[in-house]
Structure formats: structure tokens, C-alpha cells
Design a protein around this ligand. Structure first.
Ligand SMILES: CCCCCCCC/C=C\CCCCCCCCC/C=C/C(=O)SCCNC(=O)CCNC(=O)[C@H](O)C(C)(C)COP(=O)(O)OP(=O)(O)OC[C@H]1O[C@@H](n2cnc3c(N)ncnc32)[C@H](O)[C@@H]1OP(=O)(O)O
Ligand code: FAD
Length: 665
């Protein structure tokens, strides 16, 4: 803990029990305890140092990642950490690397799509790191359109093998993380061809490198795809390129849980929906939503603490200047992001519950909730990552000039985070999936089919299409029913408007294409409704701790009214509220910001992040920002010598030449 606490006065104004808020944030007392232990374990280990990361070359950074991953594994084994502890330890190491894909996609792909026999064979090898795996789906020519992939897996009945081949340049696998330099194996997605017929995309386990000397196996060409956005950041990951030249694998390396190819070459599809092939993506999208609240809360923690330390203007007579956190503009930019971090955390928990529930149903051959799982994971992944990426950049601006320094931690956080808007499904492509499901649901309303799950509100179509908000004062907007109704009416009316416009087109397909910008907005409105609903439900639960529930209630209202204010056009255009009611919502928002202000620093303390994990001189727990900034500057390699390299070659001759010219005048 800090010796001098420059934020002590801020912490003293908090009107709630921070320790209990930590429990509400983490989910349980146990979760706080485990996270705390793992975070401190990482922070105290010199191998996991990361303050020099942005100054390393790509090669040094990659080697550092290998070293950290090996050391993390050593500590996991030595300390006999549980799976929960090990996952947390890796998260706190906070450096993207091949292990993310090994544990996050390779293992889940085998678990989800492999038969019991295949799981029995491959998982123990993966669990002990006797093999390292990645997820090779995307190609140079196709990423979003999975059905358009070109790699082929042709069954050869003579040898009982599949022949994996990249027929074109565009069929080269391109992007898979961990593929470039680390992986020995991959789950490769390819078109299955047997008996002369193309049965579409299936997964195959393919060995890529020798387990003896790591050299590529015959017929396999692979490497790294090159440097990426930002210094440090995602460059620790070896995203790779991979080409196959008629590489043979045994038939039993096709992942055969969903469909099989017999010894004779017959294709057999089990009686399950084809979309289960996309199961690994659904799993990771769900994890990405949980991850969004982590990235957003880190950025917000830095910006809130620094805004409480930073002072500008406000004194005419030499008295103290104003903390920038006291400026209403700073609050109106920052507090909605603070509220969003909490909102994403709770909706992430709910999504994790939904995912587990759907998985259990699938085990029992109940596929009824598959569409709900797809819509919620795709939509929430898209909205939470887009908001988080923008919010990290906003936090950088909220920290003024110092936010632009690497030592603020924000540039690297942004650069690492921003591809989340693209990987695991481009956000626009995913929102259009949600929109398709919305249109399907609207079209079924006429036949009397009652929508279920997060679409259930659409069943109230008669009421929601004509209801008028009863809000008549700013305080009325504190009523969760008023908020819920306005959000439901807005989402439903936007979806119905789209459906009506599409129905006037020559075909459903053409209408969908023409109206896709509106459909995106309807999908966002639906997903925002889910986030608001889950936040309201959370606040309705019993929440222990002095003042904790009240703070969460205030943040829930901030989140909802901020979204309402930001998307006021939607609410007005659909006639859900009047301009006067919109103004009242904004008035209430201002009052809520004043309520959040004295609690702001304590609300970010509740995230319970170590200074190591935050990686920011501006976000230090003790708020002692200026000495840290000053010290950090001297660590830059440019400051290793007083006179820079290049002085004698370029600077001195230039100066001397100019001096000579002047002396001649
Ligand atoms: C630190 C170490 C920790 C170790 C552990 C880590 C674990 C993870 C933990 C934290 C995570 C946080 C960070 C994660 C880091 C991850 C690193 C990044 C790795 C990135 C990997 C990738 O990017 S992999 C590649 C991803 N690719 C995509 O997402 C492609 C997107 N495209 C698609 O999904 C499909 O092509 C698309 C859905 C767009 C279209 O499908 P298609 O079949 O062509 O056609 P369509 O007609 O639209 O759909 C038919 C039918 O199917 C339904 N459907 C579609 N998708 C699904 C689905 N997924 N599930 C269920 N149903 C689906 C669709 O609604 C249609 O239904 P009907 O209309 O016919 O009823
Ligand atoms: C850092 C990073 C890590 C990755 N890791 C992996 C990995 O481990 N394994 C793996 O297999 N892949 C990986 N990928 C690939 C990733 O999954 C794809 O990049 C992603 O799915 C997007 O596909 P794309 O690149 O083909 O984009 P494109 O589809 O080419 O997108 C280009 C533009 O077209 C738009 N667009 C595309 N289709 C439509 C449509 N139908 N309607 C409207 N607009 C459309 C998009 O919105 C976007 O603006 C990774 C990518 C990144 C950036």
C-alpha cells in the first residue's frame, strides 16, 4: 500500500463500503480473494515486469512473451494452481501470446467438436503442453464469410487419409494467433470433399511442426504475418500465415462429433444443427464480453485517478487550482464510461450464465436456445468491444497530454484492445446477424408465435407500439419501469420500422441489403436494451454492504440515461418519448453525476487492480503522479546518453554549417 496517499481525501468522501463493492464487482468474496492473490503473485515476480515493453524490438518482445509464458506455466505447476487460479495468473501477466489461443480456442475446439475418443487422445497432450495448438480458420481471401473458405480436405479412401491443400494464394491461412512461430498443431477449418462431393467447412487437427526441432513438416509453409498497430501491444503475438501442399493426415484427425466420414468415405451428419461447428466462436465471443469490462475498467481507473490529481485553472488569486474531475464536462465524458464498465461486467456475468445454460441444454440434445446464444454473444461482443475501444481513446484524451505518453499505459491498452472490434467476427457482420434474428422474430409475431428469452419483450408488440412515456419530472427517470419501457419501445419500434421497409422491397434479401444501415441501429438498440435490463435486474438483487446498492443504482441510472441522451434521435423519431422528456432525462443525468463525484475514486478502487496490472504512472493507487512521470522519462533509451547518437553525423555538421554561413555575413 502507498506510504503517501495523494488520493486520501477522495477516498474519505466515499459514501459506501469499498471492500463490499469489490465483492459485488468480482462476483463473490472467494473471487476477490483469488484475484487478489494471483495479481500480487504476478506483480511481485520480476520475470513479469512489463514497464519496458514498448521499448523492445519485435524479436525481443516475442522472446519475452515466450519467457513469460514458460515462467507462468512453471509457477502454475510448482504452486499446483487450480484452473481458476491459472487463468487469472495468465490474465494478470497481461501480454498476448500463443497460450491465449492454445487454451482459449484450440482446447475448446477439440472439446466442442471432438468425439470422446478424440478428446481422450488430444486433450491430455494439450493440457500438459506436450503439443501447442492454435485455431486456423481465417484465410487471406476470406475471414467474415466462413462458408467462403477455400482450403480443402479431400478424403483418400486408398490410404484412409485426408489430403489438406491450399489451392490458391487467397486460401493461405492468415491471422491465426500462435501460428506464426509457436504452435506445433492447429485446428484447421477446410472444405471436406469425399466421393467427389464438397460437404462444406469442417475442423481437422493438423500437426504443423516437428515435436523434435520445431521445423515445419513436409508440405507445410508457415511464418509470421508481420508487425501490427502500435508499439508493444499485440506485437507480442505471432499471428501467422500457413499454406499446405497436399499434406496428409489420418482420417481420425477430422473432428467428428458433429459429422463423420466412414472408412469407405461416406459422409454422415449427426442429427444436430450445423451451426454447432461455430461453437468455439460463440464461446470466445462470450469471453470477450467479460474481457471488455476489464479493459474498460482499467482505462477508467487510470482516467478517474488522474483526473482527481490533475489541477487546472480556477484560481484568480494564487489559491489552489481546480481538480479537473470537478469540471462538469470531464464528469459527463468520464462517468458514463465508469457506469459502462459496471454495466458490461454484470451483463458479462449474465452472458456467462446463459452460455453455461445453453451448453447444458445442448448436451441434452435440446437445441432450442442456440439462436438466443448466438444473438446475445454476437451482439454483446459487438457493442461492448466497440464502446470499449472508443472509451479507451476517450480516457486518453481525458488525461490530456500525459495520456499520450506510453507510460500512461493508455496507448498500449488501446492498441492491444482495438482489434477486438474485428477478431472473433467483425462487429458490423455480427450486428447484422442480430438484425436477421430480429427480423425473423418480427415476422413471426403475426403468426402469434411468442418470442422468448431476450426477445420476449417483442411479444408485447400491441402495447409497445403505441405506449407513451409517463415521465413528467426529472426524478421520474429514476423509476426503472420508466427506463425499461422507453428502451423496449425504442428497440421494438426500430425493428418493426425496418421490417416494414424491407417488406416493401422487391425481395427480402434486397430489402435487407438496402436497409442494412438502419438494421445495424436496430440491433444496437436491442443489445443496449439487454445491457440496461441486466443492470436493472442486478440492482434489484440483494446486495450487501453499506451504500453499495445505492451506488450501483446510481450507476445503472447513469448508464441508461446516458444511452438515452446519446441516442435521443432514436427515442424521439420513434415517438417513445417527447423532447421535453428527453430534456428531463438530461437534467437527471446531471444530478446523477453530482452524486457519483464524491464516490468516483472509490468506485474505481473497487476494481481492485494492482499498479502492475494497470501499468500506468497516471493511474497509480497513491496518486503520486508527477515524480513517477519524471522518473519514467529518464528510463527511455534515448536518455541513455546525454549527447544523442547521430549528433556527430547529422546535428553538428548542420549547426556548424549554419554558423559558418552566419559568420560570412
Ligand atoms: C491470457 C491467457 C488466458 C488463456 C485463456 C483465454 C481464454 C479466453 C479468455 C478471454 C478472452 C478474452 C480475449 C480473447 C482473446 C482472443 C484472441 C483473438 C483470437 C481471434 C480469433 C478469431 O478471430 S477466430 C475467427 C473468427 N471468425 C469469425 O468470427 C467469422 C465470422 N463469421 C461467421 O461467424 C459466419 O460466417 C457468419 C455468422 C457471419 C455467417 O454464417 P453462415 O453460416 O455463412 O450464414 P448465415 O446464413 O448467416 O447463418 C446460417 C444460420 O446459422 C445461424 N448462425 C450463424 N452463426 C451461428 C453461431 N455461431 N451459433 C449458432 N447459430 C449461428 C444463423 O443465425 C443462421 O440461422 P438461420 O437464419 O438459418 O436460422
Ligand atoms: C488481432 C487479430 C487476431 C486474429 N486471430 C485469429 C485467429 O486466431 N484465428 C483465426 O482464424 N482468425 C483470426 N483473426 C481473423 C479475424 O477473425 C478476421 O479478421 C475477422 O473475422 C474479420 O474478417 P475479415 O478480416 O475477413 O474482414 P472483412 O470481412 O474483409 O471486413 C472488411 C470490411 O467489410 C465489412 N463487411 C464484410 N462483410 C460484410 C457484410 N456481409 N455486410 C456488411 N459489411 C461487411 C466489414 O464490416 C469491414 O468493414 C484475427 C484477426 C485479428 C485482427
Amino acid at each position: 500500500m502507498a506510504e503517501v496517499d495523494h488520493l486520501a481525501a477522495e477516498r474519505a468522501t466515499a459514501r459506501f463500503d469499498v471492500e463490499e463493492m469489490k465483492v459485488a464487482w468480482a462476483g463473490s468474496r472467494h473471487a476477490v480473494h483469488v484475484a487478489d492473490r494471483m495479481a500480487r503473485l504476478v506483480a511481485s515476480d520480476p520475470v513479469f515486469r512489463k514497464d519496458n515493453r514498448t521499448m523492445l524490438s519485435r524479436k525481443e518482445l516475442f522472446k519475452d512473451t515466450l519467457r513469460k509464458a514458460a515462467h507462468a506455466w512453471k509457477r502454475i505447476v510448482e504452486l499446483r494452481l487450480t484452473e481458476e487460479e491459472a487463468d487469472l495468473l495468465r490474465q494478470y501477466v497481461d501480454q498476448p501470446g500463443y497460450v491465449d489461443l492454445h487454451w482459449g480456442m484450440f482446447v475448446p475446439a477439440i472439446k466442442g467438436q471432438g468425439t470422446e475418443e478424440q478428446q481422450h487422445k488430444w486433450l491430455p497432450l494439450a493440457y500438459k503442453f506436450q503439443i501447442i495448438g492454435c485455431y486456423a480458420q481465417t484465410e487471406l481471401g476470406h475471414g467474415s464469410n466462413v462458408q467462403g473458405l477455400e482450403t480443402t480436405a479431400t478424403f483418400d479412401p486408398k490410404t484412409d487419409e485426408f489430403v489438406i491443400h491450399s489451392p490458391t494464394l487467397t486460401s493461405s491461412k492468415w491471422w491465426p494467433g500462435g501460428l506464426g512461430k509457436a504452435s506445433t498443431h492447429a485446428v484447421v477449418y477446410a472444405r471436406l470433399i469425399t466421393e467427389g462431393k464438397d460437404y462444406g467447412i469442417h475442423g481437422f487437427i493438423v500437426q504443423l511442426r516437428s515435436l523434435e526441432d520445431h521445423s515445419p513438416l513436409p508440405g507445410v509453409t508457415l511464418g509470421d504475418i508481420g508487425g501490427k498497430f502500435g508499439s508493444g501491444a499485440y506485437n507480442s503475438m505471432d499471428n501467422g500465415v500457413l499454406r499446405f501442399d497436399h499434406v496428409r493426415i489420418p482420417r481420425d484427425q477430422m473432428l467428428m462429433r458433429l459429422s463423420q466420414v466412414t472408412r469407405e468415405g461416406k459422409y454422415v451428419h449427426s442429427n444436430v444443427p450445423k451451426q454447432l461447428l461455430y461453437g468455439t466462436m460463440v464461446y470466445v465471443r462470450q469471453s470477450i464480453v467479460a474481457d471488455a469490462s476489464k479493459a474498460l475498467s482499467r482505462a477508467v481507473c487510470i482516467a478517474v485517478r488522474y483526473s482527481a490529481v490533475r489541477k487546472q485553472f480556477g484560481s484568480q488569486d494564487g489559491g489552489p487550482e481546480t481538480q479537473v474531475l470537478n469540471y462538469k464536462t470531464q464528469q459527463s465524458r468520464l462517468f458514463p464510461l465508469l457506469a459502462s464498465a459496471y454495466a458490461f461486467r454484470f451483463v458479462g456475468d449474465w452472458l456467462n450464465w446463459l452460455y453455461t445454460d445453453v451448453t447444458q441444454k445442448l448436451e441434452a440434445k435440446d437445441f432450442s436456445t442456440l439462436q438466443e446464444a448466438h444473438a446475445c454473444t454476437a451482439g454483446l461482443k459487438a457493442v461492448t468491444t466497440s464502446v470499449t475501444a472508443d472509451a479507451i481513446e476517450e480516457c486518453r484524451k481525458l488525461c490530456g497530454g500525459h495520456g499520450y505518453l506510453n507510460s500512461s499505459g493508455l496507448p498500449e491498452l488501446f492498441a492491444v484492445y482495438v482489434p477486438a472490434c474485428t477478431y472473433e467476427g467483425d462487429n458490423v457482420v455480427l450486428l447484422l446477424q442480430v438484425a436477421r434474428i430480429l427480423m425473423k422474430t418480427v415476422s413471426q409475431l403475426a403468426s402469434g408465435k411468442q418470442p422468448v428469452g431476450t426477445m420476449a419483450y417483442m411479444g408485447k408488440v400491441q402495447y409497445l407500439m403505441q405506449c407513451k412515456s409517463a415521465v413528467s419530472s426529472a426524478e421520474d427517470w429514476l423509476n426503472p419501469d420508466a427506463i425499461q419501457e422507453a428502451f423496449e419501445a425504442r428497440a421494438l419500434r426500430m425493428a418493426v420500422n425496418c421490417a416494414q421497409n424491407i417488406s416493401q422491397a422487391a425481395s427480402q434479401e434486397e430489402g435487407f441489403y438496402e436497409r442494412s444501415p438502419d438494421l445495424l441501429e436496430a440491433a444496437v438498440a436491442h443489445i443496449q436494451l439487454i445491457i440496461v435490463t441486466k443492470f436493472i435486474e442486478k440492482v434489484h438483487q440483494e446486495i450487501p454492504g453499506h451504500g453499495v446498492k445505492e451506488q450501483l443504482q446510481a450507476l445503472c441510472n447513469v448508464y441508461a440515461l446516458y444511452i438515452l441522451h446519446k441516442h435521443l434521435g432514436d427515442f424521439l423519431a420513434t415517438g417513445c418519448i417527447t423532447p421535453r422528456q428527453g430534456a428531463l432525462a438530461n437534467e437527471q443525468l446531471g444530478k446523477l453525476y453530482a452524486q457519483v463525484r464524491p464516490n468516483a475514486v472509490a468506485l474505481v478502487d473497487a476494481f481492485n487492480y494492482t499498479d502492475h496490472y494497470l501499468g500506468s504512472v497516471l493511474g497509480r493507487y497513491d496518486g503520486d503522479v508527477y515524480p513517477a512521470l519524471y522518473e519514467e522519462a529518464w528510463k527511455d533509451p534515448l536518455n541513455e546518453t546525454v549527447v544523442p547518437e547521430g549528433y556527430h553525423e547529422y546535428l553538428r555538421p548542420l549547426i556548424k554549417q549554419q554558423q559558418l554561413k552566419l559568420s560570412r555575413l
